[in-house]
Ligand binder design. Structure first.
Ligand SMILES: [Fe+2]
Ligand SMILES: [Fe+2]
Length: 199
């Protein structure tokens, strides 16, 4: 989800907090407090899951996998109650809790055209790449009789081309994110359809 709020900020969190990340339980407490929209919670769980699987496949440590996960799980946490403050509110919250600056930076750069912060690290780029595309793929699964079962890349691409389908999903962001990540759209689609959390 992205409204436009240019953050005018280029430092996120503090280097001294590298290595400090909340537990999954604490992240859920925050989500319960902040988010009442179940669809939004599920979207964040899906993106968190993709981030974790991707980090695991790269052979990153358990801690690194966890921070990739948290970035996905919390990236839209402020969207439900404070859409016009998205994503400043969650950034401030995580800074106040001395969270690993890499989590905060990834969240700050999940919509460069909207927040004015460039995705630099691979973690930043993959959050940006999974966000909108996983949303479109999920919307597609909901209109298919068998959900994710048998979903093909070409079916997803057809929906991507049809601008009236899941019209709120930014095609421009999807293309831009895939280019920045250096991963072809087809490959991203394949990864998401294979690993997306289904329920
Ligand atoms: Fe967002
Ligand atoms: Fe999102």
């Amino acid at each position: 989800m992205s409204s436009t709020l240019i953050l005018k900020k280029d430092h996120f969190g503090s280097q001294k907090d590298i290595g400090n990340a909340m537990s999954e339980e604490d992240a859920y407490v925050l989500l319960e407090e902040w988010v009442t929209n179940d669809k939004l919670i599920f979207h964040m769980k899906q993106v968190g899951h993709l981030m974790k699987v991707y980090a695991a496949k790269k052979g990153l440590s358990d801690y690194e996998q966890h921070i990739w996960y948290l970035a996905g799980l919390l990236h839209d946490a402020d969207w439900d109650q404070w859409p016009d403050q998205h994503c400043r509110k969650i950034i401030e919250e995580l800074e106040g809790r001395n969270q690993d600056p890499r989590i905060i930076k990834a969240i700050a750069s999940h919509g460069p055209r909207h927040f004015g912060v460039e995705p630099d690290s691979e973690m930043d780029k993959m959050l940006y790449a999974f966000d909108e595309l996983s949303g479109l793929i999920h919307a597609y699964s909901l209109m298919r009789p068998n959900g994710y079962e048998g979903m093909e890349v070409k079916g997803v691409k057809k929906r991507l081309k049809d601008k009236s389908f899941a019209a709120q999903v930014s095609r421009e962001d999807i293309t831009d994110a895939s280019e920045r990540a250096g991963i072809a759209i087809d490959e991203l689609i394949r990864f998401i359809t294979e690993h997306q959390l289904r329920t």
